[in-house]
Design a protein around this ligand. Structure first.
Ligand SMILES: Cc1cc2nc3c(=O)[nH]c(=O)nc-3n(C[C@H](O)[C@H](O)[C@H](O)COP(=O)(O)O)c2cc1C
Length: 301
C-alpha cells in the first residue's frame, strides 16, 4: 500500500497545530436553536462571513495576477481581503476590485519605506494596516532578509509610533503570547493576528491553544484574529468559540484560487461559511460573537 500519510514530526508547528485543532469535539444544543447569523462587523464595515483571506503574497504561480484575483473573489464573497508583501501598484489594484482590504507590511529595517507603505495603504482606502512582527528573525540566528529587504525587530515604543502615525486601525500580525498581546493593547493597537506564520519556529504553540488566554487578557479591547492551518468551517468555529473575532485562511483558499480563480475563491469562502453555519446551528450559536466555548470538548482518549 502506498504511503499517503505525512510522517509526524513533533517539532513541526504546522502538524502540532493540526493535531490540536482536531483534538476538540462539539456537543449539540438544538433546542431553541435556529439558522445563525454569520455576519461580521469590523472597523465600521459589514461582511457576510468571519472567514477572511490570510495576508498572502506572490500568488502569480497560483493564478495570473493571483493577489488581485483573490481580492475579486473576496469581494464577491463579502469577505475581508488581506494583503501581505507586495508593491504599491499591486495594492492599488487589489483595492480597486472593491475588496475591503487590510494591508500587512513587513518589519522593514528601512522605516522610511515602512512609513511610505502605511501612507500608500491610506491612499488606497485600506480599512486597516499593520506589520507582521514575526518576520524580523531569520532561520540562521540573524535578522531576516526577505527578497533583498533587511528586516529588524520592533520595540513597543517604535510600534506605538507607527500606531500614532496613521488614522487607520493598526494591526499586529504574529502575536503568540499573552505578553505581546498586552503590549499591543497598551499601545493602542486595534487588532492582533494570533499566528505562527505557518510554522515559522519549531515547537511554536498552536494559535488555538494560546487563544483563550489572550482573549481573556485582552477582553474587548480589540478584535482578535487567528490563522494557521485552518481548513474548514469547523476549524473556524473552534477559533470563534475560543474568543476570535474572525479567522484568516491562507493555504486552503489558495487551493480554490488555483482551481478556479476568483470564482473558486468565492466558492471556497462560501463552502467554509456553510460548514461554520452548520456547526453554529447545531450548537445553538446564534451569531459569531456569542459562541459558548462550553460546547467544545477536549478529546482525551
Ligand atoms: C504563499 C504565501 C505567502 C505569504 N505571504 C505573507 C506576507 O507577505 N505577509 C504575511 O504577514 N504573511 C504571509 N504569509 C503567511 C500567511 O498570512 C499566514 O499567516 C499563514 O500562511 C498561515 O495561514 P494558513 O495556514 O491558512 O496558510 C504567506 C503565506 C503563504 C502561504
Amino acid at each position: 500500500m502506498a504511503e499517503t500519510q505525512e510522517r509526524f514530526n513533533p517539532a513541526d508547528a504546522n502538524q502540532l497545530t493540526r493535531q490540536y485543532l482536531d483534538s476538540f469535539l462539539l456537543e449539540m444544543r438544538q433546542i431553541d436553536a435556529d439558522l445563525p447569523d454569520t455576519s461580521l462587523q469590523l472597523y465600521g464595515h459589514s461582511f457576510r462571513t468571519p472567514i477572511m483571506m490570510a495576508a498572502l503574497s506572490h500568488l502569480n504561480n497560483c493564478w495570473p495576477d493571483g493577489m488581485v484575483e483573490m481580492a475579486r473573489g473576496a469581494a464577491a464573497a463579502g469577505a475581508v481581503m488581506w494583503s501581505g508583501m507586495g508593491d504599491d501598484d499591486e495594492l492599488s489594484r487589489i483595492c480597486d476590485t472593491g475588496a475591503k482590504t487590510i494591508k500587512i507590511i513587513k518589519p522593514y529595517q528601512d522605516e522610511d519605506l515602512l512609513l511610505h507603505k502605511i501612507r500608500h495603504a491610506e491612499r488606497c482606502g485600506c480599512i486597516a494596516v499593520g506589520i507582521d512582527i514575526d518576520h524580523a528573525f531569520g532561520h540562521k540566528g540573524g535578522y531576516d532578509n526577505v527578497l533583498g529587504y533587511p528586516m529588524t525587530p520592533k520595540s513597543a515604543q517604535r510600534l506605538a509610533d507607527f500606531v500614532r502615525s496613521t488614522s487607520l486601525p493598526f494591526v499586529i500580525k504574529g502575536v503568540l503570547s499573552v505578553q505581546d498581546a498586552l503590549k499591543c493593547a497598551d499601545i493602542g493597537v486595534k487588532g492582533i493576528v494570533v499566528s505562527h506564520h505557518h510554522g515559522i519556529m519549531p515547537y511554536a504553540v498552536p494559535p488555538l491553544m494560546v487563544l483563550p488566554k489572550i482573549a481573556q487578557a485582552v477582553g474587548k479591547r480589540m478584535p482578535i484574529f487567528v490563522d494557521c492551518g485552518l481548513s474548514s468551517g469547523m476549524d473556524a468555529f473552534k477559533c470563534l468559540a475560543f474568543g476570535a473575532t474572525a479567522v484568516s485562511v491562507g493555504r486552503k483558499i489558495m487551493e480554490y484560487l488555483q482551481k478556479d480563480g476568483a470564482k473558486g475563491v468565492e466558492q471556497g469562502v462560501e463552502e467554509l461559511t456553510a460548514q461554520l453555519s452548520v456547526a453554529m446551528a447545531r450548537t445553538g450559536s446564534h451569531s459569531v460573537g456569542t459562541i459558548d466555548p462550553g460546547v467544545l470538548w477536549r478529546k482525551d482518549w
